[in-house]
Every structure is written in C-alpha cells, then in structure tokens.
Design a protein around this ligand. Structure first.
Ligand SMILES: *Cc1c(COP(=O)(O)O)cnc(C)c1O
Length: 462
C-alpha cells in the first residue's frame, strides 16, 4: 500500500436476501409518536425506518445459521440440536453444564431463585434491568461495585466495566462473605454504554473470589465484544484470538447467564451454564417448571442449532471487528459535529448524553425519553431511553432514581445495516441537535409497576 493512500473498508458479508423498508413523512411519524405515548417501545416496527431500538434478537442470521434451522430435531426429549449446543458452550465458553431457556431472563430467574436467599447482597458491575429485578424478586439487594468512571459519560477510561475493589471490600466487611451468594459480572456492560471489563481486573476478581469463597456469575451476553476490546486495548492479548480470549474470560468465572439474542445472533434463546453439579441439578429441575424439558428449555430444536452455529460465528475476528467498528463509525460521525456522546463508544451502541444535549429539561421531565421521541419524528430512526425512566423509582422513597447517566441508546443490530444507514442516522441526529432548544420535557400519563420503560406512556409538558 502506498503511504498515505486511503483504503476503504466494507462489511465482511454480502447480501443474499432483502427486507424492504417503508419510507414515511415527518407528519406521519409525528402522529405515530403521539399514538405511542412518546415511547419508542410502543411504535409499530412497520413505521420505523432504521431500527436501533435494540440489538436483542434483531441481528441477521447467516446462511449457515438458516441452514441449521432446517436441521431442527424437534423431539421433545434429547434433541440432537441440544447436544450440538452443549458442545458449542463447552468448546467456546468452557462451562460444563448447560440449561437452555427461552431467553436471558429465563436463565436469570432460575439462577437467582437457586442462589439468592432473603437479604443477601449481590454485587455487580452495574445493574441490568431484568438481572436486578430477578435478584430482588429472589430477596436479594443489588449493590453496584463498578468503578466511578462508568457513571461519568465524559471519562475516557478504556475499561469502564471494571470492578472497584474498595466498593466490593466495603460490602464484604459490612455484611460478610456469607451474605454474598455470588458476584455478578457483565462483559461489555450494557447499562454503562457497552463498556468492557479488562482481563487484569477479572483476574484480580478471581483472586478475591477464591480468597473469600464467593463464586463469580458471568452475564455473558456480550462476551465476544468484550474480548475484542481486550485484544485491542490490553497489550498482552494483542496476539490472542477472539476465541481464546472469550474462553479465558469464561474460565475465570463459575457460570453464566446468556441472552443468545445478542452476541450469538439468534432471534430468540438463552441459557444458564455452570460448572457446579449441584447448582446444575437444581436448575435442571427448576427449568421443567418454568421453561420446558431440560434438553430444550424454552427453545425449538432448530433455534438451538442456529444458536450453536451463532456462538462459533460470534468469535470470528472479521465479524467482531466489523461489528464494533460500525459502532465506532457512527460515534465518530456524531463526535465530529460536537454532539455529546458517551466516550469511548462501546461494543453495541452509541449513547447520546441527553443531559448535555437537552440541558434545559429537568431529569424528572425525562430528557432522554423526549430526545428518543424527537429523533424518531425527525428521521424515522428508532432509539431508546436509558436513564431516569429505565432506572425506575426507589422503593423506599418513591422518588425517581435520577441516575447519573441520562442517555439515549442507538443500538446496532449485528450484520443488518450498512455504513450508508449509519450516515443517514447521523444526519438525522445532527438535524435534531440544531433544533434542540425547541424540544420539551415529558410527563407520565401511564406508569407501569415493573420495568416501566417498556410500556409507559407520556405527554409533552407545556
Ligand atoms: C438482554 C440482556 C439480558 C436479558 O436477556 P433477555 O434475552 O432480553 O431476556 C441480560 N443481561 C444483559 C446484559 C442484557 O443485555
């Protein structure tokens, strides 16, 4: 290559089947937003142009995965696809025993019920909505032990998913290790903006875990994305493959819950995997009550086959580099225009900092919720709120939590959109930014009791 000559980059796949998108007008979208109570979760997908609501179950399966769908063995018991899935989990994630579930929260429910006793404390590197709720429903209290930088949208720490050992030790000294059933560690922490934990930090946690006899449960939903960041940011891993790094991360933990709708690129599915036979036996018994027989959990045989293949594809370097690279590309476009985003960009999403984007809206008038609605109206791009609405109310005081991070998440499905879609998305957001002073806050007209962000309805204030 000639010095200084630019070489373009393109997606490492070609398109074999297309899904046409509906183009809509601003007036039409304004009406849709009102009907949806300014909640992007309540929009009809057919009214959305570029759907960046979530990367959950929205990725494009490969031709190999679709071929796997045709190999579904829909036997009630002992489906061959289960054994293929079990092999993939052992080979790529190291865990010995696996219990399939309908999706990640099914695994969280079973694990929390088995491991947590009333008034236990579950430390974690930031909460996740369903994970924390299952911990609380099982009688536990979630304690955030992530480093402070994770709560600072302007900190450029390379591993904002790291555990703060002072916070962890404070908890242990206060309540005792007996009251800590496990430490819950997410890779590429969703709520922190898809930010990774370093291998060094995880190794240190392993030492702590052995010393105090407290297991580590891994939320492995985005482990491959985390492995990519370790490869490019932790020097001693630069020559290791993504597969090797993923395997090492998992080996440092005692089990995992997995939402297969993320990293492994299937539309539905999940599992619980552990190394402890006793926990496995309990989980295998419980899964028949809530999900299905232990060789399918909540999944069809064909879905387990697509998942087994997706796990293997998720650790391919070209794939994961393109995946994380697309997030970086969108983030850079916004940064170039001075739009406030969480830095560095994470593995699965670009997060707009709604506090800085809309400084004139008080947090109890839900700036991130209002911004997500406005972006949809302006551009047809669907994003979601991750802030005061998602965090909910403190059950003791009844007040909104008013979290430090008030964000709008633009989440990229894997292998679905092209770089041109990213350009259009960025342009729409830039237009909203130019008109930001006119955006108004929102108030609830309907507030559900659990996970309120999914179904809440709002109206504009003033
Ligand atoms: C999506 C997700 C879950 C829950 O999984 P579901 O498949 O949606 O039930 C748990 N943890 C993290 C980090 C997630 O992103």
């Amino acid at each position: 290559m000639q010095k200084g000559k630019k070489r373009s980059w393109a997606e490492p796949f070609k398109i074999k089947m297309v899904e046409p998108l509906k183009m809509t007008t601003r007036e039409y979208r304004q009406k849709c937003a009102e009907e949806a109570g300014y909640n992007t979760f309540l929009l009809k997908s057919a009214d959305v142009y570029i759907d960046l609501l979530t990367d959950s179950g929205t990725s494009a399966m490969s031709d190999r995965q679709w071929a796997g769908i045709m190999l579904g063995d829909e036997a009630y018991a002992g489906s061959r696809n289960f054994y293929n899935l079990e092999d993939a989990v052992r080979k790529f994630y190291s865990y010995k025993y696996i219990v399939p579930t309908h999706q990640g929260r099914g695994a969280e429910h079973i694990l929390s019920t088995i491991m947590i006793k009333k008034d236990d404390y579950v430390p974690g590197n930031m909460y996740f909505t369903t994970t924390r709720l299952h911990q609380e429903l099982a009688g536990g209290h979630f304690i955030d032990v992530i480093i402070d930088e994770a709560h600072d949208p302007n900190s450029e720490h390379p591993f904002k998913g790291n555990v703060d050992f002072d916070k962890l030790e404070d908890l242990r000294k206060k309540v005792g290790a007996d009251k800590i059933p496990y430490v819950c560690i997410a890779t590429c922490v969703n709520m922190a903006g898809g930010q990774p934990i370093s291998m060094a930090n995880l190794k240190k946690l392993r030492e702590w875990s052995k010393e105090h006899n407290v297991p580590i449960i891994h939320d492995a939903t985005r482990v491959a994305e985390n492995a990519y960041f370790i490869k490019v940011r932790e020097d001693e891993y630069k020559d290791k493959s993504i597969a090797e790094i993923v395997y090492e991360i998992c080996s440092l933990t005692d089990g995992c819950t997995m939402s297969a709708k993320k990293d492994p690129m299937v539309n539905i599915g999940g599992f619980l995997a552990v190394n402890d036979k006793e926990i496995f036996d309990k989980a295998r018994n419980m899964v028949v009550i809530y999900e299905g027989l232990h060789t399918y959990g909540g999944m069809a045989g064909r879905d387990m086959e697509a998942l087994a293949i997706g796990i293997e594809e998720s650790v391919q370097y070209d794939h994961i580099r393109a995946r994380v690279g697309q997030v970086e590309y969108l983030g850079q476009k916004l940064l170039d225009e001075g739009i406030p985003i969480v830095m560095p960009t994470g593995g699965h999403a670009v997060f707009l900092n709604a506090r800085e984007f809309l400084p004139h809206i008080d947090q109890d008038q839900f700036p991130a919720q209002a911004l997500a609605a406005e972006i949809y109206i302006e551009s047809g791009v669907r994003s979601m709120e991750r802030g005061n609405v998602s965090k909910g109310r403190n059950p003791e005081t009844g007040e909104n939590y008013r979290p430090a991070l008030e964000l709008v998440r633009l989440t990229l499905p894997r292998r679905v959109y092209t770089q041109a879609h990213m350009d259009v998305t960025a342009e729409g957001i830039i237009d909203v930014y130019e008109k930001r002073e006119n955006i108004k806050g929102l108030k609830f007209v309907y507030e559900p009791e659990y996970l309120r962000f999914f179904q809440a309805r709002f109206e504009k204030i003033g």
